[in-house]
Design a protein around this ligand. Sequence first.
Ligand SMILES: Nc1ncnc2c1ncn2[C@@H]1O[C@H](COP(=O)(O)OP(=O)(O)OP(=O)(O)O)[C@@H](O)[C@H]1O
Ligand SMILES: O=P(O)(O)OC[C@H]1O[C@H](OP(=O)(O)OP(=O)(O)O)[C@H](O)[C@@H]1O
Ligand SMILES: [Mg+2]
Length: 280
Amino acid sequence: MLRIAVPNKGSLAETAAEMLAEAGYTGRRDSKDLHVIDPVNEVEFFYLRPKDIATYVGSGALDVGITGRDLLLDARMPGAREIERLGFAGSTFRFAAPTGTFTDVAELAGKRIATSYPGLVDAFLDERGIAVDLVPLDGAVESAVRLGVADAVADVVETGTTLRQAGLEVFGPEILRSEAVLIAGPHDADGTERLLRRLRGVLVARRYVLVDYDLPAALVDEAVAIAGGIESPTISPLRDPEWVAVRVMVPRASVNTTMDELYAIGARAILVTAIHNARL
Ligand SMILES: Nc1ncnc2c1ncn2[C@@H]1O[C@H](COP(=O)(O)OP(=O)(O)OP(=O)(O)O)[C@@H](O)[C@H]1O
Ligand SMILES: O=P(O)(O)OC[C@H]1O[C@H](OP(=O)(O)OP(=O)(O)O)[C@H](O)[C@@H]1O
Ligand SMILES: [Mg+2]
């Protein structure tokens, strides 16, 4: 059985559970379940705090896990490594302070920095030889400056709304770009490849749609330059020998632009279909 660590709550939990369900696994029915066995797929799920997942996986207690890249780096577990990006919970990790206070990280020397990612911040500042006074907090870090326990913060920024509301502004370089990732431990466990292939299938289904259209055969090269697919489009003959049918995978995010461009060169009957699952 492959032993998989899954976030039990927080920003990552819901999408992680959805992806595993789409990949065919039977997850927990109750949000209080801590351990679920899926005998058909030969996996065991352990529902853990996202912050702890790298510790379990890096130590070899569990084989693989879903966590954030920021949490993985914060844990500083040499045995844990990222093996796949999972394309959700995208964020940046930034320094922030009241507007106009700091412009450069070097100015942080000797200052109090509040963060719930002390490992990550310490590693970043250490590399640059900047010694600060870290103030470890559990969350809602943005309030730390206003409440007088810190001069600046280092935290997850997605839309920037939380920072703005707290009267803070980012400064200095991006510490990190994070997203949810699949991590593995020091040993290659049996079944990891299968999980990876299944999750990649789910990612493809989420990221791509199928586009079918009819096209004058003479325009195929032009059409393929617009939408080349993942490997190569499928071209099928039509009853009219001057025309062909084309089927191609297109990124969901840009499908309307692609349709406009295909139509403009002469493609007609352009149809878009969702992909439920894939194995590439
Ligand atoms: N607003 C957000 N947008 C995108 N990703 C986020 C956001 N907030 C947290 N994350 C990501 O979620 C992970 C942290 O999950 P965790 O469950 O520890 O924190 P949380 O979602 O803030 O939950 P909690 O309510 O316990 O603080 C990190 O990888 C982080 O980058
Ligand atoms: O840039 P934004 O879109 O505002 O998102 C970023 C905020 O979201 C998360 O907070 P969360 O709600 O999880 O609370 P927490 O600080 O207690 O973790 C994160 O810690 C930031 O505070
Ligand atoms: Mg949070």
